[in-house]
Design a binder for this molecule. Sequence first.
Ligand code: ZN
Ligand code: ZN
Ligand code: ZN
Length: 243
Amino acid sequence: MIGCDCGVCRSIDPKNRRNRPCAQITTDSGKTILIDTPPELRIIAVERRMRRIDSVLFTHSHADHIYGLDDLRAFNYLQKGEIPLYGKADVLDDLKRTFQYCFVPTQAGGGKPQLSLHEVGAYQKFQMFDLEVLPLIVFHGTLPILAYKLGANAAYVTDVSRIPEETIPHLLNLDLIFLDAVRYDPHPTHFNMAGALAMVEQRKPRRTVLIHLSHDYDHSVVNTELPEGIELGFDGMVLDVSQ
Ligand SMILES: [Zn+2]
Ligand SMILES: [Zn+2]
Ligand SMILES: [Zn+2]
């Protein structure tokens, strides 16, 4: 955190160095799907030696989830094609307004990303390459945003403080859930640790990776204290969820 001298912020453990959240999914056929474009996308893409982004799913349009959008242009160049972006209508509108220059015919050439916008509907399943994607409404404070169910048994649920009744059936019998647990103290727009643990206790996913973590968590200490099947995510974490 800017301006903080706590033990986690001064830690040399790489698992305590946290960029803003995103996830990269590689499908069985080798397609690369990104969830959100955080401000550090360029740093992440260079560090992780990313070579392709075939599409992007957006959860919502807060700065920590979209401000790396312009860095997609490096992938346009590598792939020689435009990149489709998927999200709710309000999120696509926000992208168009925030990154106005990307969506108007101004300069030609490689100076700006080549993107197309595709609206997704809540609870309307669609096929993204060889992966089935189901957008689910969750509440981020009072704001309805999207979580994504990926395939039959995994879900990415960030920036959530309440899961509505309609979404709950889709989050049962999961093998893997990525779940917001921003800090220990209650938060108006995010699950805190107690909220995330309560959700896990009720819905019983087989494996839970906590995400969107603040400097409350010293990785090596907290990770060993969590109940079985629950762990802290960390930047660069790689999971094999093939079946
Ligand atoms: Zn700190
Ligand atoms: Zn947010
Ligand atoms: Zn966020």
